[in-house]
Design a protein around this ligand. Structure first.
Ligand SMILES: [Zn+2]
Ligand SMILES: [Zn+2]
Length: 395
């Protein structure tokens, strides 16, 4: 009797080998990642896709069972991140807290963000507020992982305990650490967003497509995170399959790709937000005007040229550089009148793109276009001409 109890405790109801347990763990963690990216992020936070009510509830249940995260709190923290990105109000910016803090202790930042009493009232609107949310999912959010622990220990014995422990650190590490931390710190950028978001990998599978974080910050209300031909977003593939099954309805998608000689542009879509227009214009300016000029400069004289990361910082006027680096970059620019002129045009354009007064913005843009066309810088003139064609009201 004692021996059989001991045997059950160590093997559980379903004795499986290490491979079986690893497959189970992978399926469980991928279901959790998909629930977070599809339901909490793309659907609840940004309203870019709607799910069939039964499927939406299944996602919500799964988040409760495997993460203890409350929909309204997650959504509010995430919307606050977009609203105050890379400022002291951003709940999890590696620029403010340091990348080490994000990678090793992102959960602490999440917990302190959820303690803000105004958080959900300001940023959590439109999230579920039904009976089960008020009586179970919110007040007893820790019951989910407790139930999960009991189930997994019953199924796999001691191995179930290990599976559960890995699941509990999965989202804190991959979500709070890797996406929120590295996704604003390391990787490549397709778009000159006003923040430091990056794409961690063009093949975005492991965290359900969230690896394409710079694309997401450029087009936050798009259900699809991939924009270039070589990028793949697993979350978007699942949404497409769910749409075919009539379980998902896509509300917004970022523009389709148009290739230009120097890079990629994204077509304007009628339903895209103005943020996307700002990102598109500033990205186009850097790619089509600044980058060719920087390449020419480095071809002409390699002596004294600042390293690549300093030259690339011209995309945002050196906003994220420290004082020493900015001084070094400015000193170099001062010796290059051609680049100095382009930097001045970029700074003026960036201010115009932030202009909230529509009439003043159109007037300013019209003057900017005229000044750019009157310059003797070919790429700048071509860019201004294209901009004039897009915004006839501004000319
Ligand atoms: Zn972000
Ligand atoms: Zn987002």
């Amino acid at each position: 009797m004692f021996e059989s109890l001991l045997n059950h405790a160590s093997n559980g109801l379903i004795p499986t080998g290490i491979v079986g347990k690893l497959v189970f763990l992978l399926v469980m963690t991928q279901l959790t990642i998909l629930s977070v990216t599809l339901y909490l992020h793309r659907s609840q936070s940004h309203r870019s896709v709607d799910f069939h009510p039964a499927l939406a509830h299944a996602f919500r249940f799964w988040c409760w069972l495997t993460t203890a995260m409350v929909t309204r709190e997650w959504v509010a923290i995430h919307r606050k991140h977009h609203a105050h990105c890379e400022t002291e109000l951003d709940p999890h910016s590696p620029q403010m807290f340091g990348i080490g803090k994000l990678l090793l202790n992102g959960t602490e930042l999440y917990m302190s963000a959820r303690a803000d009493p105004d958080l959900t009232a300001r940023f959590g609107r439109g999230t579920p507020d039904d009976w089960i949310e008020r009586h179970l999912y919110t007040p007893h959010c820790n019951w989910g992982p407790t139930v999960l622990a009991v189930l997994e220990i019953a199924l796999f014995g001691v191995g179930g305990m290990a599976i559960w422990a890995v699941q509990m650190i999965w989202i804190p590490f991959w979500g709070a650490g890797v996406v929120n931390g590295l996704g604003h710190w390391w990787g490549y950028r397709n778009f000159e967003t006003p923040d430091r978001s990056t794409n961690l990998s063009p093949i975005a599978i492991w965290v359900g497509g969230e690896e394409l974080h710079n694309n997401h910050h450029a087009f936050p209300s798009s259900a699809k995170f991939s924009v270039r031909r070589f990028e793949f977003d697993l979350g978007w593939l699942v949404i497409r399959i769910l749409s075919k099954l009539r379980l998902a309805s896509v509300k917004r998608v970022a523009g389709t790709e148009l290739r230009s000689k120097d890079g990629v542009r994204v077509e304007r879509q009628p339903h895209q937000a103005s943020l996307s227009d700002r990102v598109r214009v500033m990205t186009g300016f850097f790619r089509d005007v600044m980058l060719p000029a920087l390449r020419d400069e480095s071809r002409q004289s390699r002596a004294g040229i600042p390293p690549m990361h300093l030259r690339r910082a011209l995309a945002n006027g050196g906003r994220w550089l420290d004082d020493d680096e900015r001084g070094r970059l400015n000193a170099w620019i001062e010796t290059r009148p051609y680049l100095r002129t382009l930097c001045r045009f970029r700074a003026q354009l960036a201010v115009l793109m932030e202009q909230r007064d529509v009439d003043a913005g159109a007037r300013g843009l019209s003057q900017w276009i005229q000044a750019a066309m009157a310059s003797d810088i070919g790429p700048l003139k071509a860019f201004a001409q294209a901009l004039a064609g897009e915004s006839p009201a501004a000319t």
